[in-house]
Design a protein around this ligand. Structure first.
Ligand code: G3I
Length: 403
């Protein structure tokens, strides 16, 4: 075949499927969810099509609450066990293994097709470490106990959990130095060693480090970034960084700053996620829910703007589930979630859903035939093909006709 004609045919073979890509992508959309009509979609459905896990928490006792599971299965694509996979739950005393709640939550999620964030083999805060662990004074013994615990928990769920918060909260809750935790007696590199162990236990799982308050405690983002950077530079097998994002009542997020903070982690070639989002309100504020909706919108927008932000998990479903009202720090009720006590959608829900829908509609290539720019491109290609065929074959065709 003439080389010019071959090049032309190759270009057509490449161009036509490219122009048709809009059709292919649209074909993967749910038949019922149309992002141009956001009320036809759920937040999880939209996030899923944007490649983002949209999670909530789950406790074992919530599995039997059909109101809870109805909303969970309708609106979310992932769960984080709120307390069922914590050390104090799984091994409250040495050798006393308790996996009833963990198994129930994990199995429910698997059977329901929900992804799971395994939270959390090691929580680096004495306040949430079982007494028997905190009281170990011999570092060799503590190392044995840590290796045994992480091994038992991660291997039990290796076939069902693909993303782990391996270490939670390595920094001081309201500060920038290392956390108040017995694990630091294992040496400076204890976090790296736990991650190396985790990789050998489940080579296929994503391994994450998760931190509280880096979005608002002064200097904490920088301290967390420095810690994660050290881990990466030391070759520690870490895949992702969880930014919990428990907001303060009435606080106003600097969206650009938050987005830059997320990017700081993806610049290290790591994934990043908003892992525990809640936005408490100030009781009595007449504009509480509209302010809250705007704060939720900014957090989600920042994640959507960052390639590599792969998950947004909300820390509960209804306002009555929240840990914040039990905490005693803030005036109650804090009403920090997307659904009210009766499982009705709040303005924050609508603002997130609409943002996800707009983003999805913008990102989707329009169907071939509906976009003027595509149509002009297609016309130019066809004219070029026609012209080339005419130039190359007209004399031959004329000669054939003459014969
Ligand atoms: O299970 C006991 C129950 O037997 C007892 O009757 C009851 C009485 O208070 O307490 C129950 O345990 C509580 C547990 O939640 C289950 O409800 C604990 O006291 C309570 O401290 C615990 O709070 C959890 C907290 O972590 C501590 O583990 C919150 O639900 C949970 O939302 C919170 O989640 C953490 C993340 O894991 C890490 N990031 C911060 C986030 C908020 O603190």
């Amino acid at each position: 075949m003439d080389s010019g004609l071959r090049k032309l045919l190759v270009s057509v073979a490449v161009l036509v499927p490219t122009l048709c890509l809009g059709l292919t992508r649209n074909a993967t959309a749910s038949a019922l969810c149309d992002p141009l009509q956001p009320t036809t979609c759920t937040i999880g459905e939209l996030a899923d099509q944007l490649g983002i896990r949209f999670g909530s928490t789950l406790e074992d006792f919530e599995i039997t609450d059909s109101n809870y599971t109805t909303v969970l299965l309708r609106e979310f694509t992932a769960i984080t066990p709120e307390n069922a996979l914590k050390w104090y739950t799984n091994q409250p005393s040495r050798g006393q293994w308790e996996f009833g709640a963990g198994d129930a939550v994990v199995n429910f999620a698997v059977e329901s097709g929900l992804d799971i964030r395994g939270h959390v083999p090691v929580w680096s805060q004495d306040a949430y470490t079982p007494g028997w662990v905190k009281n170990i004074t011999d570092p060799v013994d503590l190392l044995d106990a840590t290796v045994e615990h992480v091994t038992k928990v991660m291997t039990r769920y290796a076939d069902r959990i693909d993303r782990w918060d391996v270490v939670n909260e390595p920094l001081l809750t309201f500060g920038t130095s290392r956390s108040a935790s017995v694990y630091w007696t294992l040496g400076e590199d204890w976090i790296g060693n736990v991650f190396r162990l985790a990789r050998t236990l489940d080579p296929d799982a994503e391994l994450w480090i998760n931190e509280f308050g880096s979005d608002w405690v002064p200097g904490k983002h920088e301290a967390f970034l420095a810690l994660v950077t050290r881990l990466v530079e030391n070759g520690v097998p870490i895949d992702g960084v969880g930014v919990q994002t428990h907001r303060l009542p009435g606080a106003v997020l600097d969206q650009d700053l938050f987005e830059r903070q997320l990017r700081d982690f993806t610049a290290l070639n790591l994934e990043v996620a908003v892992t525990e989002l809640d936005v408490p309100v100030v009781p009595g504020d007449p504009n509480a829910f509209s302010r809250q909706a705007e704060e939720y919108r900014k957090v989600v927008a920042a994640c959507l703007a960052v390639a590599g932000c792969t998950e947004i998990t909300i820390w509960g479903i209804t306002d009555s589930d929240t840990w914040l009202d039990r905490l005693g720090y803030f005036a109650t009720p804090t009403r920090p979630l997307l659904f009210d006590d009766d499982f009705a959608e709040k303005p924050a829900y609508t603002s997130i859903r609409n943002l996800l829908a707009e983003t999805l509609a913008d990102r989707r290539l329009p169907e071939t035939g509906s976009n003027p720019v595509e149509m002009i491109g297609l016309a130019i290609v066809l004219i070029a093909i026609g012209g080339s065929i005419h130039r190359r074959f007209s004399r031959r065709i004329t000669r054939m006709i003459a014969r």
